[in-house]
Design a protein around this ligand. Structure first.
Ligand SMILES: C[S@@+](CC[C@H](N)C(=O)[O-])C[C@H]1O[C@@H](n2cnc3c(N)ncnc32)[C@H](O)[C@@H]1O
Length: 257
């Protein structure tokens, strides 16, 4: 299964390149995210945390947000979670920003952890909910990422992946693709002052599986009740799946917004 920068046999090298890239953009990451998405990224993370409200309501649960970056999804999840939210990333400058934000919010509602999503420092079957927002696409190997999330999720635990996807609206689709190919890399490069990451953003989204493709990868990894929800016609999509508990059941569905 696809790797953004390298091949499955070059996982460490790819990981280091991804780490360096996010370290370089960390100072401007949040500002550019909000600018380039016109603030919609905030709404999508909030919508994702709301979609998980049921799963988050169980007492004493452990939520793990992988590829947490500057912590926005983890902080949104912490508002709904009845238990502990751990936010993990392998890029320290991104985590440092998450720490500042969590501190600014008054208390530290999340626990920050420096960890690689491909080798999570958690025992098997120990996490109730695993989430990732705009991070999964950057993993060096998607199958390994899903296998690791599967390993640490407890039976009946929930996986939620929020990622860029394919726009399904007829007129908006070509306009958005032109924006993403020509405008977004230029503005991103100009404001961040770093050449490369915002072209990479466009290229990695283009290479990333579409809604059905990602749903199939979740099913292939063993997740059940796999479904997804489009945001803004598919600019982003939230995929949900369960690790089977006692009675597995498989389903691929669609709900658009
Ligand atoms: C596009 S940012 C997303 C950050 C955040 N989740 C958000 O919603 O804005 C991708 C993040 O994934 C992290 N990342 C990529 N590969 C990783 C890996 N193998 N292990 C841990 N973090 C990883 C990067 O360091 C970066 O902070």
């Amino acid at each position: 299964m696809g790797s953004p920068l390298g091949t499955p046999d070059r996982i460490e090298e790819t990981g280091r390149a991804v780490q360096r890239m996010f370290a370089a953009v960390a100072p401007r990451y949040d500002f550019l995210n909000h600018l380039l998405s016109l603030g919609l990224d905030v709404r999508w993370r909030y919508a994702a945390s709301r979609a998980l409200q049921g799963a988050l309501a169980q007492p004493r649960l452990l939520v793990l947000d992988v590829c947490c970056g500057t912590g926005d999804l983890a902080l949104a999840l912490a508002q709904h979670a009845a238990g502990r939210v751990v936010a993990a990333d392998f890029c320290l400058p991104m985590l440092e920003r998450a720490r500042h934000k969590a501190k600014r919010s008054g208390k530290l509602p999340i626990t920050l952890l420096a960890a690689n999503a491909l080798t999570l420092p958690f025992p098997d079957n120990s996490v109730d909910v695993i989430t990732s927002a705009f991070g999964f696409r950057n993993l060096a190997n998607y199958a390994l990422g899903l296998r690791e999330m599967w390993r640490v999720l407890r039976p009946s635990g929930t996986l939620a992946i929020l990622e860029f996807s394919r726009v399904r609206w007829p007129v908006f689709g070509p306009i958005f693709r032109a924006y993403s190919a020509h405008v977004l890399p230029r503005i991103g490069t100009w404001i961040s002052g770093v050449k490369g990451p915002y072209q990479y953003l466009h290229d990695s989204v283009k290479r990333f599986p579409d809604q059905e493709g990602l749903a199939q990868q979740l099913v292939a990894a063993g997740f059940v009740s796999v479904r997804y929800q489009n945001y803004l016609g598919g600019v982003a999509a939230l995929h949900l799946g369960l690790k089977p508990g006692a009675a597995p059941e498989t389903e691929c569905g669609r709900a658009s917004s």
